[in-house]
Design a protein around this ligand. Structure first.
Ligand code: ATP
Ligand code: MG
Length: 323
């Protein structure tokens, strides 16, 4: 079994594999960006429109491939809010100047909770538009839709087979989201979501992943999974089978901003601001007008102390009286 599984992992470096051809598609933004975002039929969420030939190199040996690589993404689950901006997108803008950056719209993550197909398609486009409006530059960064690169799901399946279920049962986000959704009806994919996230990251041999604090635990799982696969199938075992030996996956580091990594909900001081929260009053959307934002802040739940408190990784608005 080890032998057959191992034979799957090294295809990451094989430029003639479907996995590698999907990968090359993701790292050629000038070719893929317009088709990925605007060329897909409305009714279908998951049809891949990429038609790159398998002979295309997986990772061109240019100077940019020597740069450290960064991947990050946002789920098209609703309107992008201040937390997404401060925790993730704002940081991408600086990073794209010095790193090899891949910013995707993680639509496969968005279907782990109930969704509406047309709304998902619209949110996917809106999320891409917000990336650009915030300053993501497609001449520097690769921007694409996760489901258009089949390799994410293919690698996820392989990684799932190396993931102990106990690791997933410990995920706080699964516990919280499944409790809110009603434990009985929750989908299996909500539990296995962190494996897909690991695949999103490991597929590209990423060095760093800029995320908000809520993703820290998932990133830790990604790191442990990379180490586990390297231990189980890499090194000498891989070499004996004719591979190059050494580590199969790079172990990525999280990049968590010193401020703004956990922007709190406006209506529940114990929860973070979230796209999927049913109440629009709980968040400041990037597309809200000035008046709407002022209104939301005036009505938001406050602490007993007055003033604005900046903690190292928390941004808490604690006083209406400031306005
Ligand atoms: P959902 O409720 O659907 O999970 P979300 O608001 O949590 O949506 P995600 O798409 O899951 O947003 O996360 C996108 C990025 O934004 C991630 O890097 C995540 O860590 C970051 N992020 C999400 N919410 C916050 C927040 N309240 N403060 C800081 N960063 C956040
Ligand atoms: Mg989230």
């Amino acid at each position: 079994m080890a032998r057959s599984l191992l034979s799957h992992f090294p295809i990451l470096s094989n430029s003639t594999s479907p996995l590698a051809s999907s990968l090359s598609c993701a790292i050629a933004p000038s070719k893929c960006f317009p088709r990925h975002l605007f060329g897909r039929p409305k009714a279908s969420s998951f049809q891949c429109l990429c038609t790159l030939s398998v002979s295309e190199p997986a990772v061109p040996e240019t100077s940019s491939s020597v740069r450290k690589r960064i991947v990050s993404g946002v789920q098209p689950t609703g309107s992008i809010h201040l937390g997404n901006y401060l925790g993730a997108i704002k940081n991408w803008i600086e990073l794209q100047n010095s790193y090899d950056t891949l910013f995707f719209i993680v639509d496969l993550h968005a279907i782990t909770l109930p969704y509406e197909t047309q709304q998902l398609a619209k949110s996917t486009r809106d999320t891409a538009a917000i990336y650009l409006a915030c300053g993501v530059d497609t001449s520097k960064a690769s921007v694409f839709v996760q489901s258009h690169v089949r390799a994410h799901v293919e690698l996820m399946w392989l990684l799932s087979s190396a993931t102990p279920i106990g690791w997933l049962n410990k995920m706080i986000q699964f516990k919280e989201k499944s409790r809110k959704a009603g434990d009985e009806n929750v989908s299996v994919s909500l539990l296995t979501y962190p494996v897909l996230m690991a695949s999103d990251i490991l597929l590209y041999q990423s060095d760093f992943v800029p995320v908000g604090e809520d993703q820290k635990q998932h990133l830790e799982l990604t790191r442990e999974l990379a180490e586990r696969v390297n231990y189980l199938y890499g090194g000498r075992k891989w070499k004996k089978l004719g591979g190059r030996g050494g580590a199969i996956f790079k172990v990525p580091e999280p990049l968590i901003p010193p401020a703004g990594a956990r922007v709190m909900s406006l209506t529940d001081g114990l929860s973070k601001m979230s796209k999927s929260s049913p109440s629009d009053q709980s968040r400041i959307n990037l597309l809200d007008s000035k008046d709407v934002i002022a209104n939301k802040i005036k009505r938001c739940k406050t602490d007993s102390s007055t003033g604005l408190i900046f903690a190292p990784s928390t941004f808490i608005i604690s006083a209406v009286s400031m306005l």
